[in-house]
Design a protein around this ligand. Structure first.
Ligand code: ZN
Length: 240
């Protein structure tokens, strides 16, 4: 998702630190990251579970729409880093469907994306999740290769681009395997948005080839099927 880009400047960051800020959900003046109305709407968001025929289920805190969509864009593209915590609090209940402790592998940003945004937005989200959920362990074992912008690519091209975009860090696979086996933990892949699922599917395949099997892909938001123009190999199985 590369629309609505706005590289945060030092003025944006200073403004976030010292001035009353706009609500990330509706742009109204707010004392915190979200106004009371958007906060209430977000905490009442119902989670989404997609069953995938050829991969792990996708679990999202909600659909990519309304205040959740705007808050995620503000976090990801406008440098509103402090939104990591409220977004993690929305996502945390999704993990309750998994038993026991959870090892989370964040989808890594490419070096170019990290430079453009000024931070690793999925990595920060993973850290925020771990800080509020003692069951969560973060294992940043994936590395991103340079990949083309997905805008304008066909579904097949997206899959092909995604497949070649990840690798497991040297030496990390065996450490992760023994950690998972020793403590019987669930492995999940964390992303910000599930759109076509190509990114998560590619990350899952790379992890499988390294000998570890993700139980689920979790994401802050899932793009509603209505907006998709391609046939996807999954169905919405529940919205709790
Ligand atoms: Zn608001």
């Amino acid at each position: 998702m590369t629309t609505e880009n706005h590289r945060p400047t030092w003025i944006d960051r200073l403004r976030e630190l010292v001035l009353p800020i706009d609500c990330a959900g509706c742009a109204a003046p707010a004392a915190g990251q979200l106004c009371p109305r958007c906060h209430a709407e977000l905490v009442s968001t119902r989670s989404v579970r997609l069953s995938c025929r050829d991969g792990p289920d996708r679990l999202g805190a909600g659909w990519y729409e309304g205040p959740l969509r705007r808050a995620l864009v503000a976090y990801k593209e406008r440098g509103r880093r402090a939104l990591a915590m409220p977004l993690a609090r929305l996502l945390s209940p999704v993990l309750t469907v998994l038993d026991g402790d959870v090892v989370c592998v964040p989808i890594p940003a490419t070096a170019a994306a990290r430079r453009r945004r000024g931070f690793d937005h999925v990595g920060r989200l993973a850290s925020a999740l771990a800080s509020i959920d003692a069951r969560m362990h973060v294992a940043p074992v994936l590395r991103a290769r340079r990949r083309p912008d997905s805008v304008g690519l066909s579904a097949t091209e997206r899959v092909r681009a995604a497949e070649s975009s990840f690798r497991v860090a040297p030496g990390a696979a065996s450490r992760l395997r023994s950690f998972l086996e020793r403590r019987a933990l669930s492995l999940v892949v964390l992303d910000d948005i599930v759109t076509t699922g190509a990114t998560a599917a590619a990350a899952t395949r790379v992890l499988l080839s390294a000998g570890v099997r993700p139980r689920a892909v979790i994401a802050v938001a899932v793009v509603p099927p209505l907006y998709r123009k391609i046939n996807l190999p999954w169905v919405v199985t529940s919205r709790t």
